[in-house]
Design a protein around this ligand. Sequence first.
Ligand SMILES: C[S@@+](CC[C@H](N)C(=O)[O-])C[C@H]1O[C@@H](n2cnc3c(N)ncnc32)[C@H](O)[C@@H]1O
Length: 205
Amino acid sequence: MKEMWDSRYANKEYAYGIAPNNFFKAVLDQFKPNGKLLLHAEGEGRNAVFAAKMGLVVSAFDISTEGKRKALQLAEQENVSINYYVGELFDLPLINEKFDIAALIYAHFPPPLLSKYYKKVAELLNPGGLIILEGFSTGHIELRKLNPNVGGPDKAEMLFSTESIQRDFQNFEIIQLEEITVDLKEGLYHNGKGKVIRFVGKKRL
Ligand SMILES: C[S@@+](CC[C@H](N)C(=O)[O-])C[C@H]1O[C@@H](n2cnc3c(N)ncnc32)[C@H](O)[C@@H]1O
């Protein structure tokens, strides 16, 4: 898995572009949250750098060493600083910190990790903290078959549904939760119609 992502990110070009994900940007523009943000599986840093430019204190992690290299390169170009760790969440010092915002943008993990993963995502947030999530939904599998250029996992168990979000984030007030079809234009690997879950939740006090 790590090798696949390292090889994808070894290219000069940014795999998902350098512009932030549209939904992530729209939520930050709307809520203008302050404080500490943790970006899970952040890849080449497009969202981290955008958030740092908005004044957030940004931490990010990913299993890809090449992802970190590209993220720090982008941060330097844009004149901002971010804390970026390589590894799996449970092995990182980040699990002893607390954050005001968590973002999972196309952060898809295999089932053995999932049961305890979302519990930890929630635990790392301060009460009243925001979660921002966009990821492919179970309905995406059919669209991916028609157009592999849109990307995303081919295994349904790695995808989100409105039911899985309600089950995994029970201690959150739902601000937005929907499954919609979007026209993705994100770099080289997310192109075309995709079905996604968009979720904004606020951790209960
Ligand atoms: C589709 S990319 C999304 C990257 C970034 N969030 C973005 O939107 O540009 C998925 C990312 O998940 C990372 N990843 C996969 N499994 C992971 C794990 N167990 N822990 C941390 N990152 C992981 C990959 O290295 C890859 O960067």
